[in-house]
Ligand binder design. Structure first.
Ligand code: HPA
Length: 290
């Protein structure tokens, strides 16, 4: 089969898979959220407080990629915060789990087909900026993608014809949403740092020299997720806002050896305040729309 034909076949299968997932999901709930929240490592608690919850285990969704990382529950939670319908993705599949970027991007394709227009992303990250401490929250002002992946050249739902170098709009992180986040952090007296997130593949933590390089590049925090998801969401025209939980200081900045336990421990320590930031943010967003 010619290369073009093969690609077409692959694209058709991919499209069918996602449509199957979406049609299964749509049968589980009558809620039609326009806002989705991606909850990172150990930060899944926010969704527990929603009302009218419908929890879908990702194992039950046909074709949905499964996470293998501890602390990543793999659930889609539909629910309401007051009158606002929301979809929360609890747990994500990291690129390092399979080396297949499509698995990481799958929820974003699903969110798009479900009609999501605003995406709130969260993650755990290592602090590079010397003013950051473990436990700080950071509003993501911009990102550097060092995964050497790009959702627009991966075999996505997007057809080759549609893709061109002007396909994305800038900035990736919506200025007005960032302003809302900063305003509510002030109001609620939540310490909110702001900075550039650099996304790497992992799964190993960085060397001290790599961290110094990222610092020179202008990065304030480093993590193993988010950047490709946000690039795709941006392509789909979603408005994006992102928050990192600085779970540890990055290699060489921290005097101690990094561990996944430290990441989850800090996540646990700040998850309440993180949930408050997200819920107040969503409330403010819906007040603005009224
Ligand atoms: N590096 C990369 N990813 C991370 C870190 C880190 O220090 N902390 C949490 N996720």
């Amino acid at each position: 089969m010619a290369k073009k034909e093969l690609r077409k076949k692959f694209m058709n299968n991919f499209q069918n898979n996602i449509e199957q997932s979406v049609s299964f999901i749509k049968k589980q709930t009558t809620l039609l959220p326009k806002i989705a929240v991606v909850l990172g490592s150990g930060l899944g608690d926010f969704a527990e407080n929603l009302s009218h919850k419908k929890i879908i285990d990702t194992h039950d969704i046909p074709n949905y990629p499964l996470s293998t990382v501890e602390g990543h529950k793999g659930k889609l939670i539909f629910g309401k915060q007051n009158s606002v319908s929301l979809l929360a993705f609890q747990g994500r599949v990291h690129f390092y789990e399979s080396g297949n970027i499509e698995k990481t991007l799958y929820p974003i394709h699903v969110a798009h087909l479900l009609g999501i227009k605003t995406l709130l992303v969260t993650n755990a990250a290592g602090g590079i900026n010397k003013n950051f401490s473990a436990g700080d929250l950071m509003l993501i002002a911009d990102q550097i993608n060092l995964t050497f992946q790009n959702p627009l050249f991966a075999n996505t739902l997007l057809s080759a014809e549609k893709i061109n170098i002007r396909a994305t709009s800038h900035p990736f992180y919506d200025n007005s949403l960032c302003s809302i986040a900063e305003k509510i952090a002030l109001q609620e007296k939540i310490k909110l740092q702001k900075g550039v997130y650099v996304g790497v593949t992992g799964p190993t933590y960085e060397t001290a020299s790599e961290i110094q390089m990222f610092k020179k590049m202008g990065a304030d925090a480093v993590g193993m997720s988010t950047v490709n998801e946000v690039a795709l969401a941006n392509y789909y025209g979603m408005k994006v806002v992102g928050f990192s939980c600085i779970t540890n200081l990055a290699t060489g900045i921290s005097p101690t050896k990094l561990s996944h336990e430290e990441v989850t421990e800090t996540g646990n320590r700040v998850k309440k305040i993180f949930a408050k930031l997200i819920s107040t943010f969503i409330q403010e967003l819906s007040n603005k729309k009224k």
